[in-house]
Design a protein around this ligand. Structure first.
Ligand code: KIV
Ligand code: ZN
Length: 517
């Protein structure tokens, strides 16, 4: 690559996981981390080790398994967080500690209740401590987008002297405009005397829909690392979407001073994996990874694309991993054809046993549906991997749901719950309502249903229906997913998946709370 490299720092597993309902198990995080490594992401922010035992284990597991990407752990600027991050990362091939403290007047006064001088000292101390574990240390002045530039310069100069090698500039609340954010990066690089000893990084939130534009403005002004996440997942409105950053850089090489080293053909696989695990569906018109991103509806556009692709397409669908040959397999396809298709789709299968299980599911599906598309395979694998994670708690054994004009819909559900088979019957406003009520008869979870949505995985009435369910209990929010050609069964699977997540213990500190600093 003749141009300078733009480092891609993925924070799906840390900032992305801070989205309400997007929490992931250590196994799910490891699956995503392996997909990110395969995509050749430079740095994977695997989590916030001090936040919970589960997240510590997730970061540790990723640090042990990932060999080709740097694995990073987040730590607030205090001894406990940094020691915990250092411990979680100690077996990594290449480890980074990312430590942060807020520098905006509002955050220092109201949240931290610290003076600027105290923050200054704390930042230096944190970086020095982190350097005892690794020489790859990133420092973030949180809420930099609303911080005083002179104070930022003072802190950044000091932390670089203390050993920080990357300086990340978070627009924590997504308040900046592109010109303003770019100017901040430019001024910092110009004014901080030792700025050449560190790489400057962007971290932009999407509250005003400008995360990607702001990040690119940062790059135009000297930043050489972008923090981003798959599908733009992240706190509130999310982070800069990795796929948008990467494809913008690749597509507009005429305008950008640097290039990325990623294998962009892995983008669709990563996007589907993350939306499958978190239950955060990708909107159809989402740039790069939305179902319509490469679809041409109007006759004029279709005609133009057929004559010359460039008339209406600025990127090739294959470059983001969309295959043109979408009908893949059918009832008569064998195990080796199925395995080959999984490999082409970059769907990770961890063992022969898992492959056999996936193949059995595939055969069941092929009995119900004559053409199996790539999307079906993604949904099918995601479904059984999800069940595997929680199999021991609540399991759907069988169900029967009936609807008839003029009659009240009803559902009978049998679950394995508390290691016992239990059956319940309920009526409801519709099949799904009756099914959820029957499940509740057994589980009595006392949760609030916050969201229920259905989408078809492919076209046609025999398509797999993918259901997402969001449940809330005592402030904790979880998402569940399920897919089946029968919507009532897909709904039951999604509801049970969410209940299983809710049952799993998860006491997690949020990084932006400040007890114990
Ligand atoms: O948005 C933010 O400020 C963060 C920091 C922890 C870097 O996520
Ligand atoms: Zn953030």
């Amino acid at each position: 690559m003749s141009k300078e490299k733009l480092i891609i720092f993925d924070t799906t597993l840390r900032d992305g996981e801070q989205s309400p309902g997007a929490s992931m198990t250590p196994e799910e995080k490891l699956r995503i981390a392996k997909a990110l490594e395969k995509m050749k992401v430079d740095i994977i922010e695997a989590g916030f080790p001090v936040s919970s035992e589960g997240d510590f284990l997730a970061v540790q597991g990723i640090a042990r398994a990932v060999k080709n990407s740097v694995v990073c752990g987040l730590a607030r600027a205090n001894d406990l967080d940094i020691n915990r991050a250092g411990e979680a990362l100690k077996d990594a091939n290449a480890a980074r500690i990312h430590t942060f403290i807020a520098t905006s007047p509002l955050h220092m006064r109201d949240k931290l209740q610290m003076t600027p001088d105290q923050v200054f000292e704390q930042a230096i101390k944190a970086v020095k401590l982190a350097r005892n574990f690794t020489d790859n240390v990133e420092f973030s002045p949180e809420d930099a987008g609303r911080s005083d530039l002179d104070f930022l310069c003072r802190v950044i100069e000091a932390v670089i002297n203390a050993g920080a090698t990357t300086i990340n500039i978070p627009d924590t609340v997504g308040y900046n405009l592109p010109q303003q954010y770019g100017e901040t990066i430019r001024q910092l690089i110009e004014r901080v005397p030792n700025s050449h000893k560190a790489i400057f990084s962007t971290h932009c939130h999407n509250d005003l829909g400008m995360a990607v534009a702001n990040s690119l403005a940062g790059v135009m002004n000297g930043a050489r690392q972008v923090e981003c996440s798959i599908n733009g997942l992240g706190e509130r409105a999310g982070n800069a979407a990795l796929e948008e950053i990467v494809m913008a850089v690749r597509t507009r090489q005429d305008m950008l001073p640097c290039d990325v080293g990623l294998d962009t053909t892995q983008i669709m696989t990563c996007s589907k994996l993350v939306s499958g695990i978190t239950g955060f569906a990708v909107q159809p018109n989402k740039a790069i990874v939305g179902a319509n991103a490469f679809a041409h509806e109007s006759g004029i556009h279709q005609d133009g694309v057929l004559k010359s692709r460039e008339t209406y397409e600025i990127m090739r669908a294959q470059d983001v991993g969309l295959s043109s040959n979408k009908i893949v397999l059918g009832k008569l396809s064998g195990r080796s054809a199925f395995k080959a298709r999984l490999e082409t789709l970059n769907v990770a299968i961890d063992s022969e046993e898992e492959l056999n299980k996936a193949f059995r599911r595939f055969k069941d599906l092929a009995d119900k549906k004559s053409e199996i598309f790539d999307e079906d395979i993604h949904a099918l694998v995601s479904d059984f991997k999800m069940e595997e994670t929680f199999a021991e708690c609540i399991k759907l054994i069988s169900m029967k749901a009936c609807s008839e004009t003029g009659e009240v819909p009803q559902s009978t559900v049998t679950l394995l719950f508390d290691e016992e088979e239990k059956t319940a019957h309920a009526t409801g406003g519709g099949l799904v309502d009756a099914t959820f009520k029957a499940i509740e008869e057994i589980v009595a979870s006392d949760t609030n249903l916050q969201l229920y949505s259905v989408s078809n995985v492919t076209q046609g009435t025999d398509s797999l229906g993918e259901v997402a369910v969001r449940l809330e209990k005592a402030g904790r929010i979880v998402n569940g997913q399920g897919s089946d050609t029968d919507i009532a069964i897909a709904s039951a699977k999604a509801y049970i998946n969410a209940l299983n997540k809710l049952i799993a213990p998860m006491d997690r500190i949020h990084p932006q709370t400040y007890e114990g600093v």
